[in-house]
Design a protein around this ligand. Sequence first.
Ligand SMILES: [Zn+2]
Length: 465
Amino acid sequence: MALQFFNTLTRRKEEFYTIHPGEVRMYCCGPTVYDFAHIGNFRAYVFTDVLRRYLQYKGYKVTQILNVTDVDDRTIGGSQKQGIPLGEYTEKYKQAFFEDLSSLNIKPADVYPEATAHITDMEALVKSLMDKGHAYENKGSIYFRISSFPEYGKLSHMDISGLKAGARVAADEYEKEEVADFALWKGWDEKDGDVFWETEVGKGRPGWHIECSAMSMKYLGKHFDIHTGGVDLIFPHHENEIAQSQAATGEKFVNFWLHNEHLMVEGKRMGKRFGNYYTLRDLLNKGYNPIAIRYLLLATHHRQQLNFTFDGLEASKNALQRLYDFVDNLKIVKEGKNNPQVDEIISKTTQGFEDALDDDLNVSEALGVVFNLVKDINRLVEDKNISKADAEKVLNLMNGFDSVLGILKREELVLDEQISKLIERRSKAREDKDFKLADQIRKDLEAKGIILEDTPQGIKWKRKM
Ligand SMILES: [Zn+2]
């Protein structure tokens, strides 16, 4: 099967192709750094991370850009409330965001452009839209003229025939019913205080939408391969990005628009006023493992709503534990006869894993394939019907899968010599019926985070999560 993605623009699955051979250029709408990001935000970043990792697994060279919105109504409001400069205010949340990305084992993007560092690029884009008749000035602000761009509404599949000519909206976020000429550049007014730039398009600051058009095209070119984001960004943000970019360049902006669905919490919309609003930090402070959170965020297909529950988080933790146990026990498989069945299982599993991800990045199905592998191989391990060389092949396979999933990362795994000696001494103590010593060693190991299980097949061990 060839790699295909569901494209919001055409509303169907399309075979993936790239503009430059072997190379993918992708842009993801990043955070507005006015607060700590919540788990719904991180669903989008985990999705785009798995997408990028799979493209790399397939051999593409990937350039990924994730922007940081550090000037808008909310950041300005927040900094004024605290009485500190805008840059100082946003810096704190920006650093927190990068820490959170790293907790979730999200690979760093190639560039994290900040809006305030790209004002001249935005100014140039606004100027070119004015020169081409797609934008006009009104009371110091500059608006995009929607009627000048007949393709407006194509992404969100919106009928704009009833659009009132000359109606304008200044806010960055608005509903479909309020569609109107939107602000590219916001003329300075008193409530913005000392936040403004003196530019050729006037004194003021950029609108949110123009930020992403200017920064994506600066780093990826006028026409690039993939743009991602949450479904809430389809309108107006992405619709406006297309209008601004294509009106300015006369070229197609993006080939593939990939959107992830909303995250619900315990079946309800997440909101501060509903008491079910969680930042990543809230969950880490409750003692949850960040990789279990990553697992939960990626395990549901991105085009389905994800219902985040604490039971689900517990289940994710258990699923991860099964994978960790699997890997740990493969590492201690003893020398033995090679089993040709292992090669068959590996080839079947590889095919299944790739087929699932080729089909619009179906991660939940790919995980199902991985757990079938665990079941099949565990049976061989229990029957002592697998060699050390076989086990190494399976471990390699798991590492390859994990280059996409990013869930096997944890504390140093090697069973160091001291611990393996203790395990041996305990076995000996049990043989000698010195149960007191055996018990003491078990406790010592537990203190080191190692849990032993006596099974009919011998001793198994695992690390506490
Ligand atoms: Zn954006």
